[in-house]
Design a protein around this ligand. Structure first.
Ligand code: FAD
Ligand code: DHB
Length: 392
């Protein structure tokens, strides 16, 4: 089989890229190891930057998001028994939308399948060959048969644990990593919202986050040991921990309900440079990871493929390598801004197992300044809502 662009992975990056290329008349094939059902039901992100929302709307993917997603104009920072509002819209003229990642994926898959996309789930043994040549190849198994896909470009959208990054020549690649000594315990709860805006809380026992999914389903997280076993946590123990960390002297209280999902995720910061070597290009989590505190990962994946689709359009329609040549540098500027913001939010809001009383005082001072100074609030708000994507 032959195509113009082979896309490895059907997460947010891979699906959006195949959609953008389709709109530009460029052919692609998407290969995904998991089943469609697994892709559509894995619970991950919830916060969409306005850039992501604009992209979904402008490319005909936003209909259900406009109906079911909820726009938020502010967030709350909670510490010392009080909540402090950061008015995102007043400070930046922009907002965020809460709409779950797996719902975005369902919407993208439906539109790609309606367009008869070459989108294959449950492929096995994917390997990248001849990446040095003008005709790279992807070998894989599907439906019990060995297959071979020849293409002009391979785009690695296969997440942090995929194969594409490792196919970049070792001598060329430079990795930057930080692993955090804590993770997030996430729950899904059948309950009404506890707050009309997200609450990011700092407490001596650790970070907690109140988010939402719908009028009847809430998403909450709290800092935990990265090796924590969810079976050790009864519902009562979870509610006690959340209530303690969200202690409030202003009359706010947590609304509880039936917990129907529990999971633990580790946290790391990671960037690989460059994001392109010849005809292999990386996008999204395959190239970079942020700790989830800044809600940036999915949004960065979308920003990457926005740039990439323009670079490929310039190649195919104008016969120029110019934007492919600058793709890595262009993408990494936004990536490193998000890396810094996510690292900063994480450090400001989490307790460090080896943190000294001195560090704790500094952390509180930074939080107090962040909710008091308009300049500091603007820095947080600008980074949280993200800058507009480059769309030409
Ligand atoms: P992925 O979503 O990882 O997709 C990669 C795909 O490639 C997967 O489907 C995988 O099965 C497939 N694959 C892997 N290996 C192969 C192979 N060899 N061949 C073929 N396919 C392969 N981001 C935000 O922007 N906002 C948030 O609010 C937010 N909250 C988060 C909360 C949590 C708890 C977590 C864990 C993450 C959160 N994120 C958030 C991050 C976001 O979920 C990720 O950054 C996003 O999924 C990255 O998309 P991607 O397409 O690059 O990679
Ligand atoms: C959600 C996830 C995040 O990482 C975040 O910062 C805010 C909200 C969520 O899943 O709703």
């Amino acid at each position: 089989m032959r195509t113009q662009v082979a896309i490895i992975g059907a997460g947010p990056a891979g699906l959006m890229l195949s959609h953008l290329l389709h709109l530009q008349g460029i052919e692609s094939v998407v290969l995904e190891t998991r089943s469609q059902q697994a892709v559509e039901s894995t619970i991950r992100a919830g916060v969409l930057e306005q850039g992501t929302v604009d992209l979904l709307n402008q490319t005909g993917l936003g209909e259900r998001m406009r109906r079911e997603g909820v726009q938020h104009h502010g967030i709350r920072l909670a510490f010392g028994g009080q909540q402090h509002r950061i008015d995102l819209t007043e400070l930046t003229d922009r907002a965020i939308t809460v709409y779950a990642q797996h719902e975005v994926l369902k919407d993208m898959i439906a539109v790609r399948q309606a367009a008869q996309a070459q989108l294959y789930f449950e492929v096995e043994q994917v390997s990248l060959q001849a990446l040095d040549s003008e005709r790279p190849q992807v070998h894989y198994r599907h439906a019990g048969e060995q297959r071979q896909l020849s293409c002009d470009f391979v785009i690695g959208c296969d997440g942090f644990h995929g194969i594409s990054r490792a196919a970049m020549p070792g001598g060329l690649r430079q990795d930057y990593t930080r692993t955090y000594p804590f993770g997030w315990f996430g729950i899904l709860v059948e309950a009404p919202p506890s707050s009309d805006e997200l609450i990011y809380a700092r407490h001596a026992r650790g970070f907690a986050l109140i988010s939402t999914r719908s009028a009847g389903v809430q998403r909450m997280y709290f800092q935990c040991d990265p090796a924590e076993n969810v079976d050790q946590w009864s519902d009562d123990r979870i509610w006690n921990e959340l209530e303690t960390r969200l202690e409030n002297h202003d009359g706010w209280s947590l609304k509880k309900g039936r917990i129907f999902q529990k999971n633990v995720v580790g946290m790391r910061s990671f960037v690989t440079e460059p994001m392109r070597c010849k005809r292999l290009l990386l996008a999204g989590d395959a190239a970079h990871i942020v700790p989830p505190t800044g809600a940036k990962g999915l949004n960065l994946a979308m920003a990457d493929v926005c740039l990439l689709s323009q670079a490929l359009e310039t190649f195919y329609l104008r016969k120029s390598w110019r934007r492919l040549d600058s793709y890595s540098d262009d993408a990494l500027k936004r990536v490193w801004r998000a890396e810094h913001f996510s690292w900063w939010m994480t450090n400001m809001l989490h307790t460090h197992p080896d943190g000294s009383p001195f560090q704790q005082r500094l952390q509180l001072s930074e939080l107090q300044y962040t909710v008091k100074s308009r300049s500091a609030m603007t820095v947080l708000a600008e980074n949280y809502v993200g800058s507009p994507f480059q769309m030409s």
